[in-house]
Design a protein around this ligand. Structure first.
Ligand SMILES: *Cc1c(COP(=O)(O)O)cnc(C)c1O
Length: 390
């Protein structure tokens, strides 16, 4: 048997005819960037996630960058008011480099976008059970330059948003949720990505809702933030050829919106299938003491973008699974604070000990919706064999 980490063939096969019809319609409309189909898809997401504004853009990375650029603009206008009040001549005298608090356990884009927005990432260690930012460590990382907290809902499970919002409120900080991996996940009764000031989505092909290419989205209930982001995605212009901000060219392609609109109808059932697969793994694997299965906090509805187990024999298990034609991957092998390109920030081994330890033990195994029972049993059998539990 051969079980890949993700099987896009199996995902597209049942719906490809429906997608082809939408692409055909779009082709003849010749409206290839933004346009009515993008607006339709944005509305569908607004309805699905119960959020006021959904703003499509070119990728999940750009969605984070646009969000950060928007809060940097808002922060600067606050500083202008502050400088005015204090009779400081220039804003630059009032401002130091803005700091954004985030997690070291994430995909690179979480931190690279912070730097590209002009701010400085400040990494706070993670909770050892959920692998999400540890809210209890956030307060000690706050300085007078902190302007926002950016949790990541890793692997499809929300961070502890109540605690994060409470801290943000106390210190007057924005909250941006990097929800690239968490579309449809819930924290209590709210959808992840709609709880803070801004949330982001990625439609990278391996995400639970994946496009046929790159695509992303910003979510917000705040009208001012929505207006700024809408301008920023088209070069900062409004009206056309008049630029208030230095924006990006980051729009959602109509063809991706057409594909995503079809796929969105199936998303809930796909996520449900992932939860069922997870349940079966728990049944089959919970008596193996050498591995730890994902922990789900009581306030969370998980969407299992990844099913990530922990084991001290990670590298050996990975070789064993690959030999048996089972796809698996390490998300992530190196914490963000130890990446070479961020060395100038002064991060060093020991700064985030929980994350550093977890990165040596994580292994994500197949969890995609179309996995069948036989495949899950095969994977479980091979894992048991490795630990000599067969
Ligand atoms: C996928 C991902 C991104 C980036 O999304 P792209 O669409 O690939 O640009 C950002 N953050 C996290 C946590 C991700 O998993």
């Amino acid at each position: 048997m051969n079980v890949p980490l993700l099987d896009l063939n199996a995902q597209y096969e049942p719906i490809i005819d429906e997608i082809k019809i939408e692409i055909e319609k779009l082709y003849s409309s010749h409206h290839y960037i933004l346009g009515p189909i993008v607006r339709d898809f944005e509305h569908e997401i607004e309805k699905y996630l119960d959020v006021k504004h959904a703003i499509g853009c070119a990728s999940g990375t750009d969605a984070i960058l646009l969000s950060l650029m928007a809060i940097m603009i808002l922060n600067n206008s606050n500083l202008e008011a502050f400088a005015d009040k204090k009779k400081i001549n220039s804003v630059s005298q009032a401002k130091n480099q803005a700091e954004i608090i985030t997690t070291p356990m994430s995909f690179f884009a979480t931190a690279s976008t912070i730097v590209r927005s002009g701010a400085k990432p400040v990494f706070v260690d993670i909770d050892e059970k959920t692998f999400n930012i540890d809210p209890e460590l956030i307060e000690e990382a706050i300085t007078e330059n902190t302007i926002a907290i950016m949790p990541v809902h890793l692997f499809g499970q929300s961070a502890d948003m109540d605690r994060i919002l409470e801290i943000a409120k106390k210190y007057g900080l924005y909250v941006i949720e990097d929800n690239a991996q968490g579309i449809g996940a819930k924290y209590n009764n709210k959808y992840a990505g709609t709880i803070g000031d801004i949330g982001t989505l990625s439609f990278f092909p391996s995400k639970n809702l994946g496009a046929m290419g790159d695509a992303g989205m910003c979510l917000t209930n705040n009208d001012d933030i929505a207006n700024i982001i809408k301008q920023l995605r088209v070069h900062g212009e409004n009206p056309k050829y008049f630029h208030k901000y230095i924006g990006l060219n980051s729009r959602l392609d109509s063809i991706q919106a057409a594909v995503l609109k079809v796929k969105l109808k199936y998303l809930e059932s796909w996520s449900e299938a992932r939860r069922e697969n997870a349940k079966y793994y728990y049944e089959l694997l919970s008596d193996i003491s050498e591995i730890e299965l994902p922990y789900v906090s009581s306030f969370n509805k998980h969407i299992y973008n990844q099913f990530t187990i922990l084991t001290k024999q990670r590298d050996e298990l990975m070789i064993h699974l690959n030999k048996n034609y089972i796809g698996c991957a390490v998300y992530y092998p190196l914490p963000l604070h130890l990446q070479e390109c961020f060395a100038y920030l002064g991060g060093k081994i020991g700064d985030c000990p929980v994350c550093e330890d977890i990165c040596k033990q994580v292994l994500s195994i197949p969890i995609y919706s179309e996995l069948d029972i036989k495949q899950i049993e095969y994977i479980a059998k091979k894992i048991k064999k490795f630990f000599k539990h067969d």
